[in-house]
Design a protein around this ligand. Sequence first.
Ligand code: PXG
Length: 434
Amino acid sequence: MAGELDAYWMPFTANRQFRQAPRMLARASGMSYWTADGRELVDGTAGLWCVNAGHGRPEIVAAIAQQAAEMDYAPPFQIGHPKAFELARRVVDLAPDGLDHVFFTNSGSESVETALKIAIAYHRARGEGSRVRLIGRERGYHGVNFGGTAVGGMVANRKVFGALVAGVDHLRHTHDLSRNAFTRGQPEHGAELADELERLVALHDASTIAAVIVEPMAGSTGVLLPPKGYLQRLREICSKHGILLIFDEVITGFGRLGTPFAAQHYGVTPDLMTVAKGITNGGVPMGAVLASEAIHQAFMNGPDGVELFHGYTYSAHPLACAAGLATLDVYAKEGLLTRAAEVAPYWEEALHSLKGLPGVIDIRNTGLVGAIEFAPSAAGPGKRGFAVFQGCWDRGALVRAAGDNIALSPPLIIERQHIDRLVGILGEAIKATA
Ligand code: PXG
């Protein structure tokens, strides 16, 4: 068996360990996956934060199949196809007021690169070409391409890749167990951490800074909610200094927090927003950048001809557009983009029932997102998180390990019985790895 697995170099995976004891998925439907050996797993992660309407939705499957037969591919430069325009309009309809234009990509990583490039080019188009500096945040995740890795703040993702991109600085992260452990929803303490941006402005001068990029709620690093007032403060400081605010909503977009986007949940509107994942329910890769009217207009006022020298062969791919339109139909028909708000109280109670189990040092939740944080075991950092992940897999639940955190983000169709099962399995796995 081992030899057969050698050719595929798996992403973000301990390849050698995996080959010793492969975890293989074969099938998915609704709230469940089935392993290659036929065991059912309750999906606690919506795939990887993307299958928001649950697996195998017939409407989406049919739309993809039909599009593949009708027109498989269309070149996106200087040529359009109707579904691209329709999907852009539908996304704008869901987005916060003021974000009126959509640039399509194929992933969250590409959306981030696109947004960073638009930010720099926007300032140049307005005659402020000195604004090239980009500000991210410690523990941030913005995909794996060079720009996103540079503004990102997860050390393992950065340290072996050299100098990355020049002219990047970082805000401090907001995780503070000493003041906020076991908070339900947004932490009380930490809004003042947004003032870090004033410090960076004082250091670099606003005239050199193009944009600040943050996840409104940080997902990959283990679910860090913004302290109350933090995002508002960040918005104020950005506006005061003419710095663009980019929300990376690759995880929070499409209903995760109980509103279509986190911007609406927190009442803070960015200038640019990156999305991916839930836009097609994970069925076909797609991402997008939403831009404000002012940003779009700055390009449209420029010299005649191509306004932005940027794009991908698969931007607005017909299959992705068809999947996206069918996905938005399912979301609308079933009220899924606000359903997380309805389920959240039950979800919160269930997760916080794990307080007191061995090694649990924090539990965080919002909408249909949750995280359990563990004290690192004697075996080293991340070992306990991974052991709980494996314990859940063995017992019939798919969860995600992020260091010594278990992150949860189930499909938005989740019912109480699935929550009970998921949290029950999680509790058993935690006890077994204590
Ligand atoms: N931004 C954010 C906020 C993300 O969460 C990306 C960008 C990159 O998207 P792509 O489509 O290029 O992967 C992401 C991706 C995890 C995990 O363990 C999360 C992501 C990727 C891998 C693992 O939570 N999110």
